[in-house]
Design a protein around this ligand. Structure first.
Ligand code: PHE
Length: 453
């Protein structure tokens, strides 16, 4: 049965590369370390790993399955499947919220991608050489304090993203990913090596891998869950879209393992590269979103060849962010193209411009509006800037709820036989997966949610 209503990946490798390109990004290198630092270290890492394994993997597989069964964009796939399995059309909201989530995330993602661009320039002008931690901190606060500079870099990052989606040059991107992802891993190995020889390595490792649950709050648990969704690009219809191009013979379970292992290893390596430098320089692990920008330049400024490594690192960081940003813009563009009379080019420009405009809110959150807490009347959101709120509502609300709906649909609305035929796993592995999809993942999300209220 190979009724195809649209194109397919040219190979399994092409599919894996695209999925890794979307999942590996700022989430792994920028967000994971600073969230770990804010949430107290090892206990957060442990809960995060549990969330990835018990919630992330089953949901990733569910999203790919929905796409492969539906063979259409996320919204159309869901509406086809609700009709086919005679379920309420309300499930289509999975697709709708996915698009909203992608829009909100991309708006701030692009600003952080812009920080990466700014640091390429700083690295290239040898600005890290010999700096001490105070100077590195000043360099970062100087960038944040300057809305014009932030806006310029955000605009450039957005243009890069729009450019690729406009040109549809994903073929070239695929080839670049094949080269640059391994390069990123190699560079992270170099950085971990540096941290091991000149940082407080033992302290960093202990911080990351010795769980101390007294330092983990309920909100930290929700943060770990939310980050599992963010880092794997779940709950946004992106993986549904990727699944829709997936040939029948590709094994979904095995592919999920490859993507998840890659994603997790890269995040942990970033942690291992950063925390030893943090402790060796008596910086605070809880420095927040600036953490990598306030620590890694210290390492680059002191190692031999640090100038080159610094530039390379930020180039690779931006590249990883870029492939993720493209995967965020794409579904918004497809949706606009389908729902409005806009052409592909028109839809890309409108979606890009709208995202860029919302990004200004994040730009201003770090300076002019840094004291503005729009939801400050609620104790829970006291002191949270617009950027904090965008992050909160996407990672801690939209993504987990949309992902929850996707896994519930697959686990409870699609028949056992159909699932088994599609997943082609051994009986034992299939039973395990189905149990996770029906009970473990949904209950996990629900319990964490209720607990944090
Ligand atoms: N997974 C990407 C990262 O970790 C971010 C992302 C989130 C991309 C959601 C697409 C969708 O950086």
């Amino acid at each position: 049965m190979s009724k195809q209503s649209h194109a397919q990946w040219s190979s399994r490798l092409a599919f894996i590369l695209a999925a890794v390109g979307s999942s590996v990004g700022l989430g792994n290198i920028w967000k994971f370390p600073y969230m770990t630092g804010e949430s107290g270290g090892g206990a957060f890492v442990l809960i995060y790993l549990v969330c990835i394994a018990l919630v992330g993997v089953p949901i990733l597989m569910s999203e790919w399955l929905i796409g492969r069964l539906g063979q259409r964009n996320p919204i159309a796939s869901m509406s086809l499947l609700t009709r086919r399995f005679k379920r309420s059309p309300a499930w289509v909201l999975i697709g709708v919220f996915g698009i909203l989530g992608a829009y909100l995330i991309l708006s701030f993602y692009s600003v952080i991608g812009g920080w990466g661009l700014a640091y390429i320039e700083l690295g290239a002008s040898n600005a890290f050489a010999g700096l001490d931690s105070a100077a590195v901190g000043d360099m970062f606060s100087g960038l944040l304090a300057d809305p014009t500079r932030l806006l310029l870099w955000h605009s450039l990052f957005m243009l890069l993203t729009i450019g690729v989606v406009l040109g549809g040059v994903t073929g070239g991107l695929e080839r670049a990913t094949k080269l640059l992802m391994p390069a990123l891993v190699v560079l992270l190995v170099v950085l971990v090596g540096y941290a091991a020889t000149s940082g407080a390595f033992a302290e960093g490792v202990a911080y990351l891998f010795t769980p101390d649950f007294s330092r983990l709050s309920k909100d930290g648990v929700l943060a770990a869950l939310g980050h599992a969704f963010f880092t794997l690009s779940l709950g946004m219809g992106i993986m549904i879209a990727y699944g829709s191009y997936l040939p029948q013979e590709v094994n979904i379970g095995r592919s999920a393992l490859i993507v998840v292992v890659m994603d997790t290893v890269i995040a942990l390596m970033a942690g291992l590269a950063i925390f030893p430098v943090v402790f060796a320089n008596e910086l605070s692990p809880a420095a927040g979103p600036g953490l990598i920008f306030q620590t890694l330049p210290l390492a680059f400024g002191h190692m031999t060849g640090g100038w080159l490594f610094g530039v390379l690192f930020f180039v690779l960081l931006v590249f990883a962010a870029w492939t993720s940003a493209i995967s965020l813009l794409e579904p918004i563009v497809e949706w606009l193209e389908e729902r409005t009379p806009l052409s592909r080019v028109g839809a890309t420009l409108v979606a890009g411009a709208a995202t860029w405009a919302l990004g200004i809110v994040t730009v201003l959150s770090f300076n002019v509006w840094s004291g503005v807490a729009p939801l400050g009347v609620f104790a829970k959101f006291d002191g949270m800037t617009m950027f904090d709120l965008l992050d909160y509502f996407t990672s801690k609300l939209i993504l987990p709820l949309t992902g929850l709906a996707a896994v519930l649909f697959v686990g409870w609305c699609i028949g056992r036989e159909e699932l088994h035929a599609n997943l082609k796993m051994g009986d034992g592995a299939f039973a395990l997966w189905r149990f996770a999809a029906r009970y473990v993942a949904p209950l996990g999300v629900i319990v964490v949610f209720l607990g944090s209220l």
